[in-house]
Each structure stands twice: as structure tokens, then as C-alpha cells.
Design a protein around this ligand. Structure first.
Ligand SMILES: *Cc1c(COP(=O)(O)O)cnc(C)c1O
Length: 360
């Protein structure tokens, strides 16, 4: 069976060589006589996989020594509450920038736990840009400052980070982690659900500066970062298989792609092919402010809902699947995460050109 080009926003494509390796190791992981799915998380063989994944992530992302890496469950959405619960215990204040649906959810969640300031929002223009931020409007004694780095639904990304001084910057990087080098030292917490760029759904990676761990002693055990930090993410059963898959993805980035600098080069080239076409097309257009465009999620519209629907249908029949825009915005969206090959985008653009000619 031929594989389709899957433009899903998440869960999304995984590199073919990763899937092939997982398949080859499925019945008998490296002579253990078991699948990784079946292993005790306390076994020596699984601990080896776990430790290697952790070391690879630290190496590939160049995570400084004063940060802990936690492998948690509950998806990125659980961090919307864990962040305020764990951090909002100094002044009880936090600043939020709302640039899409996920940061809006995080903002709403945080309001349950303290005094939250909406520093800026781009909702006035359907989240099609990243607001210019003025540090004079930031809360000087906030416990943290929150952003969503790449806005999966709307296709925007922060090219410059807010200057928050001593206030820890907390960022949701679910849809851009591992797509480029990120200077982790600029963040208090950087976190991501795995299912966009790291692994199948199941594991959530939380990279947290050590001094931000254990600030709130009144939390339930599983909600406290300290529990997971003190137990090296093995307080309870971790999402074992998803972590193993992350190991394979990290090996792919390190050995086949050549690291995150090379990953970025590839992603820029790949997204460039699509944006160049969109900028010259008379039928399709990308609604996002040019300077804020994401390399990972590329929304586009024809301006005619019926024509959009026709495109989505014909694209699927031609093997370009999940290209429909999010239900809240309509139109189309091509999510072109790390694992989408360049030829997938080249073929999509050729298909779009043909559609444009046929529907001119
Ligand atoms: C997908 C996504 C989420 C939600 O992730 P879950 O793992 O489904 O909770 C949150 N933030 C961003 C930026 C996302 O892309």
C-alpha cells in the first residue's frame, strides 16, 4: 500500500525510517525477547531505553545542566493547570499573551489559581499575527510570563522572544520543539506534547529550570513537578512506548538529519516552497502576517468556502490528507512538521497549481 502525505496538525507523520525501525524491533527488542510495549518500566532493558532518550534529548537540544527534563502524561493541556499550580505561589501573579486557542485555554486555566494579566492578544484579527510586546506593560513581580511559541491552528510563531528580565518565561512549544535550535536558557519552563514533532501521543516533555521545582508544597502528588523530578519521571509508569519512539526520532534527527541546525535548514527550505507559491498564487492566499509565519503550520484559503471544500476533497483523493483547516478557522492548513519530506510539499504545490489552473 502506498503511504499518503499526511498534513495533519497532530498526531502527525513520523519519519519512515523510524517506523521501519520500530517495526523491525516490534517482536523482539534487541534480543530481549519482548516488545518495548510489554516491558516492565523497572526492567534494566527499559531503563536503558529511557536513559538513552533523556541523554539524546539533552544532547540534541543542548539543554543546560541546571534544567530537569520530565517525561509526563496528560498532554500539553495538563500543563495549562500544572504551570500555575506549581509556579503561582510568590506574588500569585502571572502575565499571559494570547495568540491562539491553546494560549487562550492556558490563560483561562491560570485564572483559577491567581491574578492573571492579559498582556496582549491577537484575537482581534483571528490570531493572524503575533502582537508587538512592550515590556513596560509586563507585571514586574509576576511569578512567570506565558507564551505559546508556535500557534498550531493559526500558523504564527514568535521570531523574537519577549524580554521578561528576571521573570521566568514559560512557553508551550508543542508544535515547534525540535524544528530548530532553541536556546533553553531563555526559559523557566519549555514544554511540549509529543504528537507533533517528537513521538506518537502519550508523553509530554517538560524542561524546567531547577529553581522552579518544588515551590508549592500543597499540591497533590501527581500534580507536583517535584514528585517527577525527584523520581526521574518514574514515580509511576511512564508512557513507555511513546518515550521509546522519541528515542528513535531523536536518533533520526541526530544521525540522519544532522542535528537541529540542519533540521531548521530543511524546514526553511520546505516551508519556503509552499509560501513562495502562495505569495504568487491568484487563487490561494496565506492569511498570516508575513513576519510571523510559522515553518510548521501553513494555513491558506481561496476565499470561497465551497472551493475550499472542493480542494480538500480532491487533495485527499490525490493522497494529500488531513489538509482541512481547523474547525474554528475553516479553509486549509498544511502542517509540515519535521517528518514531512520536502517532496511531499513539492508534490502538494504541483497539485495546487493544477487545481488553480482548473478552477481559474
Ligand atoms: C496540540 C497542542 C496542544 C494540545 O496538546 P494535547 O497534548 O492534546 O493536550 C497544546 N498546545 C499546542 C501549541 C499544541 O499544538
Amino acid at each position: 500500500m502506498a503511504r499518503v502525505y499526511n498534513f495533519s496538525a497532530g498526531p502527525s507523520m513520523l519519519p519512515e525510517s523510524v517506523l521501519a525501525k520500530a517495526a523491525a524491533e516490534m517482536m523482539d527488542y534487541q534480543g530481549s525477547g519482548q516488545s518495548v510495549m510489554e516491558m516492565s518500566h523497572r526492567s534494566k532493558v527499559y531503563q536503558g531505553i529511557f536513559d538513552e532518550t533523556m541523554a539524546l534529548l539533552r544532547e540534541v537540544m543542548q539543554i543546560p545542566d541546571n534544567y530537569k527534563v520530565l517525561f509526563l502524561q496528560g498532554g500539553a493541556s495538563t500543563q495549562f493547570e500544572m504551570i500555575p499550580m506549581n509556579l503561582m505561589v510568590g506574588s500569585g501573579k502571572a502575565d499571559y499573551v494570547v495568540t491562539g486557542q491553546f494560549s487562550k485555554k492556558a490563560y483561562k486555566e491560570a485564572k483559577r489559581f491567581g491574578e492573571v494579566k492579559l498582556v496582549a492578544s491577537s484575537e482581534d484579527k483571528t490570531f493572524s499575527y503575533i502582537p508587538k510586546l512592550d515590556p513596560a506593560t509586563f507585571t514586574p513581580d509576576a511569578d512567570y510570563f506565558y507564551i505559546c511559541m508556535n500557534n498550531t491552528i493559526f500558523g504564527t510563531v514568535y521570531h523574537d522572544l519577549p524580554e521578561t528580565g528576571d521573570v521566568p518565561l514559560v512557553a508551550d512549544a508543542s508544535s515547534c520543539i525540535l524544528s530548530r535550535p532553541i536556546d533553553v536558557s531563555k526559559f523557566g519552563i519549555l514544554y511540549a506534547g509529543a504528537q507533533k514533532n517528537m513521538a506518537p501521543a502519550g508523553v509530554t516533555v517538560v524542561i524546567i529550570r531547577e529553581d522552579l521545582i518544588g515551590k508549592n508544597e500543597n499540591l497533590a502528588t501527581m500534580q507536583n513537578y517535584a514528585t517527577h523530578a525527584e523520581n526521574d519521571s518514574m514515580y509511576n509508569t511512564p508512557p513507555c512506548y511513546s518515550i521509546y519512539m522519541m528515542k528513535l526520532v531523536l536518533e533520526w534527527i541526530k544521525n540522519e538529519v544532522g542535528g537541529l541546525d540542519k533540521m531548521l535548514e530543511r524546514n526553511e527550505k520546505k516551508a519556503g516552497i509552499l509560501y513562495d507559491y502562495l505569495d504568487n498564487s491568484k487563487l490561494f492566499k496565506n492569511p498570516v502576517a508575513k513576519e510571523d509565519r510559522s515553518l510548521m503550520n501553513v494555513p491558506f484559503v481561496t476565499g470561497d468556502a465551497d472551493l475550499d471544500a472542493k480542494f480538500v476533497k480532491e487533495a485527499a483523493a490525490a493522497g494529500f490528507v488531513n489538509i482541512k483547516g481547523h474547525r474554528s478557522v475553516g479553509g486549509m492548513r498544511a502542517s509540515i512538521y519535521n517528518a514531512m519530506p520536502i517532496e511531499g510539499v513539492e508534490k502538494l504545490v504541483a497539485f495546487m497549481k493544477k487545481f488553480e489552473e482548473e478552477n481559474a
